[in-house]
Write a protein that binds this ligand. Structure first.
Ligand SMILES: C[S@@+](CC[C@H](N)C(=O)[O-])C[C@H]1O[C@@H](n2cnc3c(N)ncnc32)[C@H](O)[C@@H]1O
Length: 274
């Protein structure tokens, strides 16, 4: 990645191999979600060896992602992965052509495990610990901003997120999102037939997560229209939106009828900075 991608002011506060750039104030809900994610991310540490083997042997990127990203990855882009989590996608992005990946996540546990895995595999990934939006990275440091797979639901202000993305992108750089469909909070996990949860609404602002990572973490909701409009309002041109029946993640031992093909469970979006 560009040597100067990390903002110098933030870098001066870095104290470890994984750069820490805590941005000071986070709102109370984000603060509680961060605590929940630090606890949930310990799974990445417990399953370190298993995830290392997955990273070494397989591609975490879906076939549909690779299809859409192939032209961009063919240009050896510098990638910024917002909410990078366990970082398996980052190793796959480098394997598919990215020159570098810089991951940003507010979980120090997740970022440290991701850095250790990338270092062990000798892959060009670096991690910064910071709350988003407001990535402590330089303007125009990315050819591609990659995010999703359970990321946007943690952000209450998608307009601020989209503006941060636009700031990070070089002119003509791309944003790629592969994310849970905004309708997903409505589906029950009943196995006999798909049902809508009576306690949820597509147009609700938020709900409390009662599955993973648990602990009462608040998930924010935005309709597909709101996501797309946030991206357009930040000055990006939307090139592609697709909805899929397949969820990006299936918890072990659950075979919900809502995942059998009748309902939307994920979407992807590709946009370019003008
Ligand atoms: C479901 S994970 C998805 C991460 C990644 N796409 C993956 O597949 O591993 C969501 C990630 O978002 C991070 N996160 C949630 N809210 C955040 C925020 N406001 N700022 C930075 N990271 C955040 C969590 O720590 C977690 O690692």
């Amino acid at each position: 990645m560009e040597a100067d991608a990390i903002d110098r002011h933030a870098e001066s506060r870095c104290t470890r191999r994984v750069e820490r750039a805590h941005s000071g104030f986070v709102d109370p809900v984000t603060g509680r979600n961060r605590v929940a994610w630090e606890a949930a991310s310990r799974k990445h540490v417990r399953e370190y060896g298993e995830l290392l083997e997955q990273a070494r042997n397989g591609s975490a990127l879906l076939a549909s992602e690779l299809d859409l990203l192939r032209p961009v990855l063919g240009t050896a882009p510098d990638v910024v992965h917002l909410q990078s989590g366990h970082g398996l996608d980052d190793i796959a992005l480098v394997a598919a052509g990215a020159r570098t990946v810089l991951g940003v996540d507010f979980s120090e546990v997740a970022a440290t495990a991701a850095q250790r895995r990338a270092d062990e595999l000798g892959v060009a990934c670096r991690y910064v610990v910071a709350a988003l939006p407001g990535a402590p990275l330089r303007d125009g440091c990315a050819d591609l901003v990659y995010t999703g797979k359970g990321a946007l639901i943690w952000l209450p202000d998608l307009r601020a997120w989209a503006e941060d993305v636009a700031r990070l992108l070089r002119p003509e750089g791309y944003l790629f999102v592969h994310e849970a469909h905004p309708a997903v909070p409505l589906w029950t996990w009943d196995e006999d037939e798909p049902r809508i949860r009576p306690d949820r609404g597509y147009f609700a602002r938020s709900h409390v997560n009662d599955t993973f990572p648990g602990g009462g973490a608040v998930e924010w909701q935005a309709s597909l229209g709101e996501v797309i409009t946030a991206v357009i309002s930040a000055g990006l041109r939307v090139q592609h939106v697709a909805e899929y029946a397949e969820p990006f993640w299936r918890p072990d031992d659950v075979a919900a009828a809502a995942w059998r093909g009748q309902l939307p469970n994920s979407y992807s979006l590709l946009a370019q900075r003008l």
